[in-house]
Design a protein around this ligand. Structure first.
Ligand SMILES: *Cc1c(COP(=O)(O)O)cnc(C)c1O
Length: 406
């Protein structure tokens, strides 16, 4: 399929290019010392991902440990409550640890193992990425250092406990505001010192090359499975696919399966409390081009041009930028990006729970909320939603902040 001047038949061969660019987005903006480490990872990835041993080992792990393939479920009661459009969900909530993040963490940790590294390093905000990485590290017998702000450590006690039970070192960061940004800085600094023995494992399709490409490739299992399953269930492709976008990894995973198909693709960003800067985290909708965390993309900036403070009811979507490939697909017009706010999201959280017996993560509830609106607009057809994770982690928060719905 041709879209403007991009040919999607050969898309994955050409994007990103050798320097890690998707059009003008992506690349690698980091100190020379770290660039050496990135080059080593890139080289190892290109060699290893073509080896049948690596591919078949990852396939076996996905089946025997992660519980893949995750199913696609038809949402019969939700669909009929909305009209004539048929809604389906790809069940990443049923992936081991309850979300899609393990898909790339297992890939990254297996790569670390093949490269002879002893340790994986990462930062975490709400703790979801830390838990997935700690799980992968335990599975492969790797050490795991997770940098986390002191404020987040207090807020996210269950995830801190999970990481510790899994054997990870949770390293408290007390600089500045002691949240995610400081944790990223501390993890990067540690990595600069230790890169010979470890690899840095990024939690989404962000960061310097090769991470946006590598994380996309590891997540593409979601789209490949979903496409096959949907065809088998219905005999057709969906008319639209929908996923929430924080950094953008679950979305790229699903979208990559449908880029070359006549399927409308929607990425959903968090509008939070509203359009004012600081009240949302809808970077692709309201942001501008800029460099942060080692890559060029679309981001939300303050008056000084620094990454702006952002807000979302979903801690996993609370990031002032998105992966470079999303910025590229947005400019190209291949993927449409739109927003839903906190209220629509919480409404979808309860609706899916009550009508289908599935409690979604608040992140995933953004995609469900958008699909519900889209279904009302479309007169017929089908929508496939990526249910990126389960909502157990969010239940206490939703009840405390929004109460139990009647
Ligand atoms: C982390 C997370 C997200 C957001 O990350 P992406 O990289 O945008 O996918 C979405 N859903 C869940 C359940 C998460 O844990």
């Amino acid at each position: 399929m041709q879209f403007n001047d991009v040919n999607f038949d050969t898309y994955f061969k050409n994007y990103p290019n050798a320097e890690g660019y998707f059009g003008k987005y992506g690349g690698s903006y980091i100190p020379p010392e770290l660039q050496k480490a990135m080059n080593e990872i890139t080289e190892a990835y290109f060699t290893i991902c073509k080896s049948s041993k690596f591919v078949s080992e990852l396939r076996r792990i996905r089946k025997e440990f992660q519980g893949r393939p995750t199913p696609v479920s038809y949402l019969e009661r939700l669909s009929s409550s909305l009209g004539n459009v048929q809604l389906y969900v790809k069940r990443e909530d049923l992936n081991h640890t309850g979300a899609h993040k393990l898909n790339h963490c297992m890939g990254e940790a297996l790569l670390a193992k093949y490269m002879g590294k002893k340790k994986v390093i990462a930062e975490t905000g709400a703790g979801q990425h830390g838990v997935a990485l700690a799980t992968a590290a335990a599975y492969f017998g790797l050490e795991c250092d997770v940098y986390m702000g002191a404020v987040d450590i207090k807020k996210q006690a269950p995830n801190v406990a999970r990481m510790k039970i899994l054997g990870a070192n949770v390293i408290e960061v007390t600089d500045g505001l002691a949240t995610l940004k400081e944790a990223v800085d501390a993890a990067f600094m540690a990595y600069c010192k230790e890169y010979k023995d470890c690899i840095y494992c990024i939690g989404s399709v962000v960061g310097p090359h090769p991470f946006p490409m590598m994380v996309r490739d590891f997540q593409s299992v979601v789209g490949i499975e979903a496409r096959e399953q949907f065809l088998e269930m219905t005999g057709e492709l969906p008319d639209a696919v929908v996923a929430c976008v924080g950094g953008g990894s679950n979305a790229m995973g699903l979208f990559s399966g449908f880029l070359n198909d006549p399927v409308d693709i929607y990425g959903v960003e968090p509008l939070g409390r509203g359009k004012a800067l600081g009240d949302h985290a809808a970077s692709l909708t309201y942001g501008t081009e800029g460099v942060m965390h080692g890559f060029n993309s679309i981001m939300l900036k303050d008056e000084k041009g620094e990454p702006a403070p952002v807000y979302s009811v979903a801690s996993g979507l609370d990031y002032p930028s998105s992966g470079p490939e999303h910025a590229f697909l947005r400019d190209l017009g291949r993927v449409k990006y739109d927003v839903v706010d906190d209220n629509e999201t919480i409404d979808a959280f309860y609706t899916l729970s009550r009508l289908e017996g599935i409690i979604p993560a608040i992140e995933s509830s953004h995609a469900v909320a958008y699909a519900m609106k889209l279904a009302k607009k479309m007169e017929k057809g089908s929508i496939l939603i990526n249910l990126s994770g389960r909502g157990d982690k969010d239940m206490d928060y939703v009840i405390e902040k929004f109460g139990i719905r009647e």
